[in-house]
Design a protein around this ligand. Structure first.
Ligand code: G16
Length: 551
């Protein structure tokens, strides 16, 4: 079947915004992300790509999520999800880029057909795409464009409307595994809540949660979804007192504004609203609820943050302990995956105290996820709070089938099996991760202070730097070193040498038009000073500053 005519006609309704010569749209850390008014044509073309991908994979459902997550309200993004709920296979990012950068409707049809031929895709085969969007108002127009792309290629589709990003990932996997022995859950938003609530109750058996948890939802989709989820927890089984704040999705300009996980992590302080209450156990989600940061205001010590590294080491230590109690230590290999942003103290704690292997990958869940799959139990978190714990089929199977030799072993196996259902296996999920943290704290009978006492973070600073051309910054060694601009790495090395226990790196963001600089050192003032030096170096090597809306 030939879709040429339909694509031509539909594409004319969703034109791509041309870029100046030499510039291209790129598939970044988490898909195409930029000012929302540039995205309509891109969303249409992503529809074509998703249909090709589904046809290539025997009609399995492909997901598309419209979100710009932690970015400001004016941005949006389009991201493709593979059949098991994972990020799009990286080879295919190139094909997505080729489609999106076609300069005319005719060229678009040409690229589409060439991809079909080269990749041996039968355009008559069936195709299915499921999609959702966050609360950004621009999402509406973008899903219309996406649906036109799907219709022009005769692709079946399901619009799941407004969702958190991890819910969409769940739904993709649930769709593709429905009716098989590996069924991931019911194919509905309700199915997601039921699965999580059921697993939470099982994991909490015989334990209780102390005090209230305040959840800042970044005024994004996580607010209404968390409130909905909470209705599914039976009060007589688990008493979970949650105060949902910053959940205003009716005023879109408030999204991620002075609140949310990215604010807390980069500013290293609690959102000003609601006024921080000393001692209150708090956490923040980001705009699409795939990141999580815990914190509290200590009446004596001030603000204390428990970021992705902390969640990672907490999960690794707890799950490692359960595996040992379950008598599975020799059968299951546990490992932790981090990025260059991981605090050096966390890496030391995991390797030296927990005695677990740590692997460092470039930024982006797509990289960490893949490496974590190499373990039976792979714990991966970015310092910014994005991550999850993956269990291999063997691991999940042994939790369910191993004969317990004692009540303690049975308890450990039951908890592990419950965690296998509670923890989102497709992608980092702030709601699921928060439930996991609450389970662990309840099992250990820990406060956030107990958790924070496990090790001391090295003081650190993360800065966002607006530069003329961020693409000049090329990295190597899992983004820990710069290979370009020339001489920049030497200067960073020189600067780092001046401080105790110091480390610093610079890299181009894949979701914002900016560079990021990270520095850590033995004292706060040294970390700040080092970050500023490296930032100045980054600015000077990439001037002149020019406006550039493209990532
Ligand atoms: C996305 C990715 C994360 C990444 C973050 C920042 O998060 O999913 O893996 O850490 O962007 O990436 P970069 O430093 O390249 O801008 P989110 O929450 O915005 O989807």
């Amino acid at each position: 079947e030939n879709h040429d005519r339909a694509i031509l006609e539909a594409s004319a309704k969703h034109p791509i915004v041309p870029l100046e010569k030499g510039k291209f749209y790129t598939y970044g850390t988490a898909g195409f992300r930029m000012k929302a008014d540039l995205l309509e044509g891109i969303s249409f073309r992503v529809g074509l790509l998703a249909s090709l991908r589904s046809r290539k994979l025997n009609g399995q459902a492909i997901g598309v999520m419209i979100t710009a997550s932690h970015n400001p309200a004016a941005d949006n993004g389009v991201k493709i999800v593979d059949p098991l709920g994972e990020m799009l296979e990286q080879d295919w990012e190139r094909y997505a880029t080729a489609l999106v950068n076609a300069t005319s409707d005719e060229q678009l049809v040409e690229v589409y057909n060439r991809l079909a031929t080269d990749l041996k895709i039968d355009l008559k085969a069936s195709a299915k795409v499921v999609y959702g969007r966050d609360t950004r108002p621009s999402g509406h127009k973008l899903v219309t464009a996406l649906a036109d792309g799907l219709e022009s290629t005769k692709t079946e589709y399901v619009d799941f409307k407004i969702l958190t990003t991890p819910q969409l990932h769940y739904l993709v996997r649930a769709t593709n595994s429905e009716g098989t022995p590996l069924s991931y859950g019911k194919v509905s938003e309700l199915g997601y809540y039921e699965k999580l609530a059921g697993a939470f109750v099982r994991a909490m058996k015989g334990r209780r949660i102390n005090g209230t948890l305040q959840v800042d939802c970044a005024n994004g989709v996580g607010g209404p979804k968390l409130s909905e989820f909470l209705k599914h927890i039976p009060k007589d089984k688990v008493n979970f007192d949650v105060k949902v704040v910053n959940d205003d999705v009716l005023r879109p300009e408030l999204l991620n504004l002075d609140c949310g996980a990215d604010f807390v992590k980069t500013k290293q302080r609690a959102p000003p609203n609601p006024k921080p209450q000393p001692g209150l156990r708090s956490c923040s989600l980001d705009g699409d609820a795939d990141r999580l940061i815990y914190y509290w205001q200590d009446p004596e010590g001030g603000f204390v943050m428990l970021d992705g590294d902390r969640i990672s080491s907490l999960a690794a230590s707890f799950i490692g302990g359960l595996v040992e109690s379950a008598g599975l230590k020799d059968d299951l290999r546990i490992g932790v995956v981090q990025t260059a942003y991981a605090n050096g103290a966390s890496t030391n704690y995991i390797t030296q105290h927990l005695k677990l292997p740590v692997i460092c990958t470039p930024t982006g869940v797509k990289h960490l996820h893949h490496v974590a799959q190499g373990f039976d139990i792979g714990v991966y978190f970015e310092a910014n709070g994005h991550g999850t714990v993956l269990f291999s089929p063997d691991a999940l199977n042994s939790f369910k089938t191993k004969e317990p030799q004692s009540p303690a072993q049975k308890d450990a196996l039951d908890t592990l099996a419950a965690l296998g259902d509670l923890i989102n296996q497709t992608v980092g999920d702030a709601i699921s991760d928060a439930l996991m943290v609450e389970v662990i704290l309840a099992h250990k009978n820990w406060t956030l202070r107990d958790w924070a006492m496990t090790y001391a973070d090295l003081p650190n600073r993360l800065v966002r730097v607006e530069v003329g051309n961020k693409d000049l910054f090329q990295t190597t060694d899992a983004e820990r070193r710069l290979s370009a601009p020339e001489g920049a790495q030497d200067e960073i090395d020189q600067a780092v040498k001046k401080y105790k226990d110091a480390r610093s790196f610079a890299r181009a963001s894949g979701t914002e038009n900016a560079c990021r600089v990270y520095a850590e050192a033995a004292s706060r003032s040294e970390a700040n000073e080092l970050a500023e030096r490296v930032r100045d170096r980054a600015v000077s090597s990439s001037s002149p500053l020019e406006p550039d809306p493209i990532l």
